[in-house]
Design a protein around this ligand. Structure first.
Ligand code: KE4
Length: 433
């Protein structure tokens, strides 16, 4: 079994100074009922805790580390940049270079604004959509997470298309009322809503591949319906590709499904693990942002030279060797097929859902198309699977409603080891009453 003595002590002390001992809730391991390892370092596919336990890492900082931890070229770029200073609050050539690279990967992003987190990118994109259309209402989908800005911490009201209600204390009712929340992949619901009030809707924001209820792909026709309906009614279609960008394909979900959104939000990989995110899209809409237009948006550390250096180095490597996307997708496919084969061998009901190099092992016997499906999965089985993996050196997302990720450093030996541990877990689950 794992020795986690130092982490347990560290967690107790951390809880005295930070709510729940963490700076982001999911890291607390509360949903898996245990204490989290405190991490000391990471390299390649590995992550190490302060008790010197080594793990193969499938969280990868919740997605960013597609090149593996501490990629030598990214680190060298950062070491070379830091002595020039860490922040200027002034324009740099680096930002223009990065904007061009982003556009090369996602041509729909004709103009971009750099920010410091995914939350900031989606919050800003929604303000731009509201400012551009002059409308207030927005639509999101149950089970999609777009960061923690007020307008997006909203759950469905009593009626399907009625006004939202706050999904957290501190979110004003007046803000929540302008957010309508519908079931993901429900083409009829979104069509009905737009037929009724489409001309009052500023934007639809969607994870084009959902990753925050576990990995849930769009059903055929769903994204197409969003594109058609928003175009017909003058609403802005926002693809939140913070997670699935560079994971679903080299050009994200918009390339994989050939749908051109009006605005796109990126994060995670685009910053190579540094605090950086992006929103962007049609020049006509983006030109409405200050100082070229009236819609205000700003940030002290937006386009920070160190964060941009990390993103530039990461995208340069991906641009130089596009086979990386194929490599990580193949490795993920091999892993997921292994999970399916082994679960079947031990008669454990499992549905593995994967898009590109992001995946989730759902403990259920039917496909997961929305949050209701995801919430019916067997949580006890998930917990056995999670804890057996962790105690045998496989570090996976501590929630059944998260995705896992693969990097170029996850080679055959890592996949084989991971499947060997999974087989033991499925065996235990098969004997679990
Ligand atoms: P951040 O503000 O955490 O950088 O990004 C928010 C965000 C926006 N959009 C999507 C699709 C996202 O997945 C996220 C953040 N993802 C979570 C993982 N489910 C980050 C992990 C955490 O909250 O600690």
């Amino acid at each position: 079994m794992l020795q986690l003595g130092k982490s347990e002590k560290a967690f107790e002390e951390a809880k005295r100074y930070m709510p729940g001992g963490v700076n982001s809730p999911v890291r607390s391991y509360r949903s898996v009922g245990s204490n989290p390892p405190f991490i000391s370092s990471a390299s390649g596919s590995r992550i190490y805790d302060i008790d010197n336990n080594e793990y193969i890492d499938y969280v990868l900082s919740w997605g960013p580390m597609i090149l593996g931890h501490a990629n030598p070229e990214v680190i060298a770029s950062l070491q070379e940049a830091i002595p020039r200073g860490t922040s200027y609050g002034a324009p740099t050539l680096l930002e223009t270079e990065l904007a061009k690279k982003i556009q090369a990967f996602m041509p729909s992003m004709e103009m971009v604004r750099l920010v410091s987190s995914g939350t900031e990118s989606t919050m800003s994109a929604l303000r731009v959509a509201r400012g551009y259309t002059g409308r207030d209402r927005i639509v999101k989908f149950v089970g999609c997470y777009h960061g923690h800005s007020d307008a997006l911490l909203v759950k469905a009201g009593s009626g399907l298309a009625t006004f939202g209600v706050p999904d957290s204390p501190g979110v004003p009712k007046g803000v929540a009322e302008n957010t309508i929340t519908l079931p993901y992949n429900d083409i009829d619901a979104i069509t009905k809503l737009f037929n009724e009030i489409g001309d009052t809707i500023a934007a639809v924001i969607v994870e084009p591949v959902a990753g925050n209820m576990g990995c849930v792909p769009p059903v055929p026709g769903f994204l197409e319906a969003l594109r058609t309906l928003t175009k017909e009614h003058g609403s802005v279609l926002i693809f939140d590709e913070v997670m699935c960008g560079f994971r679903a394909s080299s050009g994200g979900a918009q390339k994989l499904y050939n749908i051109k959104p009006d605005l796109t939000c990126l994060g995670k990989i685009v910053g190579g693990g540094m605090p950086m995110a992006v929103f962007g899209g049609s020049a006509k809409i983006m030109s409405e942002i200050a100082p070229s237009g009236p819609i205000y948006q700003a940030g002290t550390l937006s386009g920070n030279p160190i964060a941009v250096t990390s993103g530039l180095a990461t995208l340069s490597i991906l641009q130089r060797d596009p086979t990386i996307f194929k490599q990580v997708e193949e490795a993920t496919k091999t892993l997921c097929e292994g999970y399916e084969r082994l679960a079947a061998q031990y008669n454990v009901p499992v549905v593995v859902q994967r898009v590109g190099s992001m995946f989730t092992v759902f403990f259920t016997d039917k496909p997961v198309h929305n949050f209701d499906d995801a919430s019916q999965c067997n949580e006890a089985h998930f917990k056995i699977f999670f804890h057996h993996n962790l105690s045998h050196g496989i570090y996976m997302a501590p929630s059944p409603y998260e995705s896992n990720f693969v990097s170029i450093c996850h080679k055959h030996s890592e996949i084989e080891r991971t499947l060997a541990v999974a087989e033991e877990a499925f065996k235990i689950i098969s004997n679990h009453v």
